[in-house]
Design a protein around this ligand. Structure first.
Ligand code: FNR
Length: 353
């Protein structure tokens, strides 16, 4: 009897059905899902489809160089791993596999506070790390997390600001998936043998950002900025970088696509701080469009989880390799020598709905 094998994924989207076939259905839904009607989840990818690229020809640039420096950190390409919780649901090696893949690929991993192994264990895997933080109302505990991230070698703090409460994920309600399975927990929240409750608090405000500035000398990146006025406030409060993001459509539904907010945020900050973008990035051309609209780099969330579910470290590595190859190809076809060479002059406008 011959054993049939599924064709290997040839792009990031192919990884999703391959991951789905391996995952517990409730865990797949946790990763794939978004808030309520998932209008924003769909909008994120659709926004990239609407934008067109108009390549320049005969520029003789040779093969593009992909390296970038973001907030003083060099990376092999303008693509980061966005922070995503609970990697142990995707693979037994959990965040360690993701971190090893990031190290191998030379990209920055934003380690989620809600990881299923500790930040110290992730740091031991050798990747360039930033640490994502949900500021906890218990500021002493938050400060202790910041110290641990600093001591583990994280080079920036990413403060997720779009989560004063948890978004309403109805797939989770249907699956009754409200707790992690036995044996899996938020490893960073463990204290004296007990796991602390994670608090997403509507009391968190700019005052806490000011407090954090006093508490750490690490650069602070604010994640979840969509409104130009908030972008201006962030700069006023001394924030070092922004991530234009709607949390992959998992928080407030019917929020616009993050790509559609990027030019407004870019205009508001006028180049004072670097901008990153996440939400719906699935193709090399998506990265080019994000760069053209003002981002210094883009981040991927779900595609890395799909890679992790399919083949652990090797799966995440393959996802990054496919995206790297697509980005290099897209830049070459655009006549661009590097990410810095990408300007809005390459954009042909929004051509179709
Ligand atoms: C997330 N995201 C997220 N963000 C964050 O700041 N802290 C977190 O703990 C998580 N957890 C999380 C879990 C899962 C399963 C997903 C899919 C996403 C949001 C993430 O950082 C990023 O904003 C989006 O995932 C980007 O969109 P794409 O690439 O998934 O479309």
């Amino acid at each position: 009897m011959t054993r049939e094998t599924a064709p290997a994924p040839v792009n990031l989207r192919d990884f999703e059905p391959a991951a789905r076939a391996r995952l517990d259905p409730a865990h797949y839904d946790y990763f794939a899902g978004g808030a309520q009607d998932e209008i924003t989840v769909a909008a994120n990818e659709a926004a990239f489809r609407r934008h067109t690229l108009v390549p320049r020809i005969l520029r003789g640039q040779g093969a593009p160089r992909l390296e970038v420096t973001v907030l003083g950190e060099s990376a092999s390409m303008p693509i980061l791993l966005a922070p995503t919780a609970f990697h142990r649901l995707a693979h037994p090696d959990a965040e360690r596999a993701t971190a090893r893949a990031a190290a191998e690929a030379g990209v920055i991993m934003i380690a989620a506070m809600l990881s299923t192994v500790t930040i110290e264990q992730i740091a031991a895997c050798g990747a360039k790390l930033w640490f994502q933080l949900y500021i906890q109302p218990d500021l002493d505990f938050t400060a202790s997390l910041v110290r641990r991230a600093e001591d583990a070698g994280c080079r920036a703090l990413v403060v997720t600001a779009d989560s004063p409460a948890l978004g309403r994920n109805e797939r989770g309600d249907r699956n009754r998936f409200h707790d992690l399975p036995p044996g899996i927990h938020c490893a960073n929240m463990e204290e004296e043998g007990k796991v602390r409750q994670v608090v997403l608090s509507p009391d968190i405000s700019w005052r806490h950002v000011d407090w954090l500035k006093e508490t750490t000398s690490l650069p602070i990146v604010l994640k979840g900025v969509l409104h130009p006025e908030d972008a201006r406030l962030a700069v006023e409060h001394g924030v070092d970088g922004l991530i234009v993001s709607n949390h992959g459509g998992r928080q407030l539904d019917t929020v616009p696509a993050s790509l559609d907010r990027l030019p407004l945020v870019a205009e508001a900050v006028g180049g004072t701080v670097p901008l990153l973008l996440d939400g719906g990035v699935r193709r090399g051309t998506d990265v080019v469009k994000a760069l053209a609209l003002g981002a210094a780099a883009a981040a991927i969330g779900r595609p890395a989880l799909w890679g992790l579910a399919v083949a652990g470290q090797a799966g995440v590595e393959r996802v990054l390799e496919l995206l790297r190859n697509e980005l290099a190809n897209a830049l070459t076809l655009c006549g661009a020598a590097s990410p810095a060479d990408v300007t809005d002059g390459l954009l042909g406008g929004v051509a179709w709905k």
